[in-house]
Design a protein around this ligand. Structure first.
Ligand code: ZN
Ligand code: ZN
Ligand code: ZN
Length: 262
């Protein structure tokens, strides 16, 4: 199914939106049996406040978690914390380096996958991710994978699948690391007892509402910070037909178009 077909289907079917803006009652106290922790945004309102400590485990409602992360990374560069700025400087060096790619142990000479994950973790995810990352030989059309049981991110070392030119391949690998880090972030920290867990996190092969919300903003923010977007998803990662149909509100938020554009 193309993005256009999916969008047309969404408009035709007009499924009821279960996001926290359209149906807040699904998210208020009592809707979930678990007690959720909150991430207070004023805690990182400016660069002078410390990064909030995130408690490891499934203690956060998924959309709250996604919005808190967005508030953490989607602000002016001047307002970023010193930890974020350092991670950004290092990520820029990886991104703009012209050394060429290695399909082996490094993303690029001098940069291990774990270095890049560390930068992404601190720039976008509060440094809260706990994951190991490695190269792997995955099936050809799979870019990467996150395995929750072992907290392992695997990046497919068959470099040819990422694109043609060296710069494009580099971007593809960084976007894949970002994509899998988003899976790890949401899977590790989202409350799975919430009635909305399926549509927000687990639906569409893990590319539910929270994932798409994060990815749309990350595309915009990486464009601003790096000069070229790292596109961690868009529609392509969503194309698990029939599992979960997003709402009109969703596709408008994610800016999916019904044209021929993917
Ligand atoms: Zn909605
Ligand atoms: Zn819950
Ligand atoms: Zn994915």
């Amino acid at each position: 199914m193309s993005q256009g077909e999916m969008v047309r289907l969404v408009y035709q079917s007009n499924p009821q939106c279960t996001c926290d803006e359209c149906q807040p009652s699904l998210y208020t106290r009592g809707a979930c049996v678990a007690r959720h922790l909150q991430i207070h945004q004023h805690a990182y309102h400016t660069q002078f406040h410390p990064v909030p400590r995130i408690v490891y485990g499934k203690h956060y409602e998924a959309l709250h978690l996604a919005r808190a992360a967005i508030a953490y990374f989607d602000r002016s560069e001047l307002g970023l914390t010193s930890v974020q700025k350092e991670a950004l400087d290092r990520l820029r060096r990886v991104f703009h380096s012209r050394c060429g790619l290695s399909g082996g142990d490094t993303v690029q000479d001098g940069y291990q996958l774990s270095d890049v994950l560390h930068m992404i973790n601190h720039l976008f995810f509060f440094g809260a991710l706990q994951a190991v990352i490695m190269w792997a030989q995955l099936i050809p059309n799979r870019l990467g994978q996150y395995q929750p049981a072992t907290r392992t991110i695997k990046i497919n070392s068959r470099a040819a699948i990422f694109g043609v030119g060296a710069a494009e391949q580099q971007r593809g690998k960084l976007a894949t690391i970002l994509h899998e880090a988003m899976h790890a972030f949401l899977r590790q920290l989202s409350c799975c007892a919430c009635p909305t867990y399926y549509s927000d996190v687990d639906g569409a092969g893990g590319h539910g509402r929270a994932f798409q919300l994060l990815s749309t903003t990350l595309k915009k923010v990486t464009m601003k910070l790096l000069g070229t977007p790292l596109d961690p998803t868009g529609f392509r990662s969503f194309a698990y037909e029939g599992q979960y149909l997003p709402s009109v509100h969703d596709v408008e938020t994610w800016q999916w178009s019904d044209g021929n554009r993917w």
